[in-house]
Design a protein around this ligand. Structure first.
Ligand code: MG
Length: 367
């Protein structure tokens, strides 16, 4: 089988409500998503989506995906999409780094492999465990009262795992954490995610003042070394998210004892092929995983749910569904939130495809 065509589409996805994270430092009203359609000489096609949650959340931006695919398309045409490791080596040789550029291509190849074999992607990634994938809420930075109200809404939808976005300042964050923790119900679990907003001294002060709270803290600071400094002076379980961009980053974090878990975001690490390797390393090393996307529609989320569904529940924490924040839903099929959990669609491959009328004309076609 050979790749014979790659079409790239851009689609603006408005958020249902404005979203702030990192203590309000980063603010979003819409996402600019890129959909990639890969065609083959055997008539099997695949879809992938790349959406780095705006241009300010990560060292990644929507235009970068489109420019990067223009670089990659000449070497991808003629490559066998059923060989994901080969496809990734071809991409990495043609364009070192830039993992987020390659994710949608990689997912589209997995979609093709699933349709060709008649299997869901989860079965190609190690096997559908059959265990439900829990959905975590994402609570934007706001007043303590507004954040508690957002958790109540998420609870009404069945979510029992929550991620509250903090990071606006030591005293405000301590007040937030105290109020949110006191409003949780038995059996619920919470992460306080600063999204890199704190300096180490801020993080240490907040975490030392809230040691009585049973929760995880996530990505307190910008750099790996800053997070490690926090790690060594505090006691709560820590998750690293934005710091983990490569397999080597995960090796480094594990060898330094830097965290109990990681946020594994498919687009950020370059697709399912590379995410699977990091997943395997984390499972073998006793780290807990949030497996999810950086952003996008239900199509992007569904790719992450396939990997989560193929990961032992013992090592999973939860999956966040980006598409629940959108005002539009341009996807047919796809994984959905069913009362606080989700699972892969009953279909070969990804089990999700865009509504072609919503996509409009492609931005670029490579043949
Ligand atoms: Mg995070």
């Amino acid at each position: 089988m050979k790749i014979t065509g790659i079409a790239v589409y851009g689609l603006v996805l408005p958020l249902g409500r404005p979203y702030s994270l990192s203590g309000g430092r980063l603010h979003f009203t819409e996402l600019d998503s890129t959909f990639v359609h890969v065609e083959t000489d055997e008539g099997v096609d695949g879809w992938g989506e790349g959406c780095p949650w705006g241009s300010t959340y990560l060292p990644a931006f929507p235009g970068g995906i489109r420019a990067g695919i223009a670089e990659l398309a000449p070497v991808l045409l003629g490559t066998n999409p059923l060989r994901p490791d080969v496809v990734n080596r071809v991409m990495d040789r043609a364009l070192p780094g830039h993992p987020y550029v390659k994710s949608a291509i990689d997912v589209a190849c997995w979609d093709i492999a699933g349709k060709f074999t008649g299997l869901p992607i989860a079965d190609l990634l190690g096997g559908d465990t059959g265990e439900p994938v829990l959905v975590q809420s994402s609570i934007p930075t706001g007043t303590p009262e507004s954040m508690v109200a957002a958790i109540e809404d998420a609870r009404a939808g069945g979510n029992r795992i929550h991620s509250a976005k903090v990071g606006s300042g030591v005293d405000e964050d301590i007040a937030r954490i105290e109020m949110i923790a006191s409003a949780l119900q038995p059996g619920e679990s919470i992460t306080f995610d600063a999204n890199r907003a704190w300096l180490p001294d801020d993080a240490i002060r907040v975490m030392r003042a809230t040691t009585h709270v049973d929760g995880y803290f996530e990505q307190p600071c910008e750099t790996f070394e800053e997070n490690l400094m926090v790690r060594r002076r505090t006691t709560q379980p820590l998750l690293l998210d934005e710091s983990i961009q490569t397999y080597h980053d995960a090796v480094h974090a594990i060898s330094a004892g830097a965290c109990e878990g990681i946020g594994l975001k498919i687009n950020r690490v370059g697709g399912l092929t590379k995410a699977r390797r990091i997943r395997d390393l984390c499972v073998a090393s006793g780290l807990r995983l949030n497996i999810e996307e950086t952003g996008g529609s239900s199509l992007a989320d569904t790719a992450a749910v396939h990997l989560a569904q193929a990961t032992p529940a013992t090592h999973r924490r939860a999956t966040w569904l980006s598409h629940e924040h959108l005002a539009t839903d341009p996807i047919e099929g796809g994984a959905r939130n069913d009362g606080g959990s989700t699972r892969i669609p009953e279909a070969p491959g990804l089990g999700a495809r865009p509504d072609r009328t919503a996509l409009g004309e492609p931005l670029a076609v490579y043949r």
